[in-house]
Ligand binder design. Structure first.
Ligand code: PRX
Length: 648
């Protein structure tokens, strides 16, 4: 149980006791001698059933990266068994339900039993090593049990965020050739029940041979297909509380996680076992400064990478207690997070700035809560503005916690640019310095030339491979290479622009591609455009991301209609219909803030849509459009300005 720390004790609690000099020494070693550095870290933090022979092989240029070759290990053994042996009665998962009643928290020994039982069930239902298992579950302990059971038997988990629609589920289970999908009858959030099984039923309507295993969370009337659907509680009863774990090669796949791609088709990012676990454990140890008795609360959902690495893997690899919260920050009140932190004596809190902005604006008052055990506050997913950083530091952290603004991506697996809690002096709004193994550089976006000087802007790249980087896109290694490793040859391209200041600190500015970040959810213009075009009335569409006070960015869509489209509905109803269409085809979080129905879109003579113009018009900067004479029909722009101004 974490005792409360004074500021001085908290600062002194850091793992790198020697401070920044030690950080610089370790960082230099991780780049200059990765074999020695990562070999040591991997042996210290991870239990291998056979030791590895080669620490690192391959290059970014060739795109054939591998780590810890020859090593054998099991991710679930590392997260569960070794702690169940040492501290069987310690909480592994602290469950907080939507309404705060009836939690199903699990100690390490209970987690081992549940994971083992589900492992047997999966095997019994035909899952074998290397098969893909989809998981479409709410933030409940069983979601973690499902993930760990897959890892235990060597199956590849593919978690699908429970806010995705049936169409998105279908795309993902088909692309990954999943054998089974694990879900629950309902999900409870913000006092409302959402029928997850019903959405899965729709997704599977015309897919054969895919089974479901359904956790019973409520008692609704759900439809049931005999021979396809299995109840979780009935199946686990049949099996013993221990299932042997499958020894895996370091480079065997651990999981797939679909993320938005520039073509509109989501890409299955593949992470492998050894390197990913080393990244998760080492960032947990050094960035969050995790100690044995810490209680860690990451608000990310298991459907996104933050949930994978920092709800599940990092805390469990380090044998601490992870809080799994099913609900929302605003139900029943805007104090829900602070109550949870006090109730469970949380030491680490990790959240996206969008939630902080929402709470601050709603007048939430963390200052009325003691939160005396809090030591580290993390931020993730989008840039955090200095005023929000300060509110977080002063109101939530009472100016005695370490604030870490962690920059990373689905593809990086774990933190890449970040302060180390208790070590790195921070600046509000900066992600600070590269983590170990990250050889970060700013390059000129056009020439690709390295810009080593201080006070520069450019594109953020990494010059050498690190253990937890994604290895490929499922079924499309060429696309992986083209997207990440070819734009700036020999370097990993993050897709973000950044500046580096006079102290070498990195400030992340945002995406240079068509990724939009809405409340920390990653979307691309292309996937929303593809969805809009699938609507029978839409001829063409263009989507832009615009700044939004609460969600960071918001989606704004422009559509032109087919000649024969039935416009009797009127533009307002049509735009509602289109919003509904996107909710159904992608998910509610992708719903545009505004949809403008226009006569035509601004295009070059070769037919390319100029989104820059749309962005400016949306942001009320129509007077700064620059030269529009190269458009095939410049008069289109005035018509668009009228539509937007009329609606605003
Ligand atoms: O643009 C960066 C932004 O989120 C993108 C990655 O999104 P995703 O793969 O969904 O992972 C989100 C959680 C790790 C990045 O390319 N991003 C992430 N963290 C930060 C950030 N932007 C600024 N500051 C951050 N700390």
């Amino acid at each position: 149980m974490g005792a409360s720390l004074t500021t001085e004790e908290a600062k002194g609690a850091s793992i790198i006791a020697k401070g920044m000099n030690e950080y610089f020494r370790m960082h230099a070693e991780s780049i200059n001698n990765p074999e020695r550095f990562w070999g040591n870290v991997a042996r210290e933090l991870i239990t291998w059933s056979s030791d590895f022979e080669t620490v690192q092989h391959g290059s970014l240029d060739k795109g054939n990266i591998s780590w810890f070759l020859g090593g054998k290990l099991n991710a679930c053994v590392n997260c569960v068994d070794r702690h169940a042996l040492k501290n069987p009665e310690k909480y592994a998962i602290i469950h907080e339900t939507d309404d705060g009643d009836d939690p199903r928290s699990l100690t390490y020994i209970e987690l081992l039993a549940q994971v083992s039982k589900v492992s047997w069930v999966l095997k019994d239902l035909g899952v074998r090593k290397g098969d893909v298992v989809s998981i479409y579950m709410p933030m409940i302990p069983e979601a973690l049990v499902a993930i760990l059971a897959c890892a235990r038997i060597g199956a590849v988990h593919s978690v699908i965020f429970a806010g995705f629609s049936s169409g998105s589920i279908k795309d993902r289970v088909v692309d990954s050739k999943s054998k089974i999908i694990l879900t629950s009858d309902i999900s409870c959030r913000g006092g409302k029940a959402i029928g997850l099984k019903k959405i899965v039923d729709e997704a599977l309507a015309d897919i054969d041979d895919l089974k479901t295993l359904v956790f019973k969370a409520g008692n609704p009337n759900i439809s049931w297909t005999e021979g396809r659907d299995y109840w979780w509680h009935e199946e686990v009863e049949k099996w013993p509380a221990y299932c042997p774990a499958e020894p895996m090669d370091s480079e065997d796949p651990l999981f797939l996680l679909y993320t938005s791609g520039s073509t509109g088709k989501p890409k299955g990012i593949l992470h492998t076992t050894g390197g990913y676990l080393v990244g998760a454990a080492s960032t947990g140890k050094y960035v969050f400064d995790i100690h044995d008795h810490d209680r860690y609360f990451c608000c990310g959902d298991v459907g996104w990478i933050t949930g994978h690495t920092y709800v599940v893997y990092a805390p469990l690899l380090l044998g601490i207690s992870t809080v799994v919260f099913e609900g929302t920050p605003t139900f029943p009140t805007h104090s829900r997070y602070w109550e949870i932190i006090d109730k469970h004596r949380v030491t680490h809190f990790y959240v996206a700035p969008t939630a902080l902005r929402l709470l601050k604006r709603a007048g939430s008052s963390p200052s009325s809560f003691k939160m005396e055990h809090l030591r580290v506050l993390g931020s993730v997913g989008e840039p955090i503005a200095p005023n929000i950083w300060k509110w977080y530091d002063e109101e939530v952290g009472k100016s005695r916690c370490h604030v870490v603004d962690t920059y990373w991506q689905t593809e990086t697996g774990s933190h890449v640019i970040t302060p180390l809690a208790g070590v790195t002096p921070t600046k509000p709004g900066a992600a600070c310095l590269p983590f170990f193994g990250i050889d970060a550089a700013i390059v000129d976006p056009v020439t690709g030339q390295d810009i080593p000087e201080p006070n520069v802007d450019g594109v953020l790249v990494f010059k050498s491979p690190w253990p937890s980087m994604a290895r490929t896109i499922l079924g499309d290694h060429r696309r992986f290479h083209e997207t990440y490793l070819s734009a700036y040859k020999g370097y990993y391209f993050t897709g973000d622009s950044a500046s580096r200041d006079e102290d070498g600190y990195f400030w992340i500015r945002g995406r240079v591609d068509d990724v939009i970040n809405v409340s920390g959810h990653r979307l691309t213009t292309a996937e929303i455009e593809a969805s809009l075009i699938a609507h029978p009335a839409v001829a063409e569409s263009a989507v832009v991301g615009v700044a939004d006070e609460i969600t960071g960015q918001a989606v704004v869509a422009f559509v032109s209609l087919k000649k024969q489209a039935n416009t009797a509905l009127g533009d307002a109803s049509l735009s509602n219909d289109l919003k509904l269409h996107i909710r159904k085809s992608i998910g509610p979080f992708a719903t545009p803030k505004s949809i403008y129905v226009v006569a035509d879109l601004p295009k070059t003579r070769s037919g390319k849509i100029i989104r820059r113009i749309l962005r400016k018009v949306t942001m009320g900067e129509a007077d700064q459009l620059g030269d529009v004479s190269t458009l095939s029909d410049p008069s289109v722009v005035d018509a668009i300005i009228k539509v937007v101004e009329h609606k605003q």
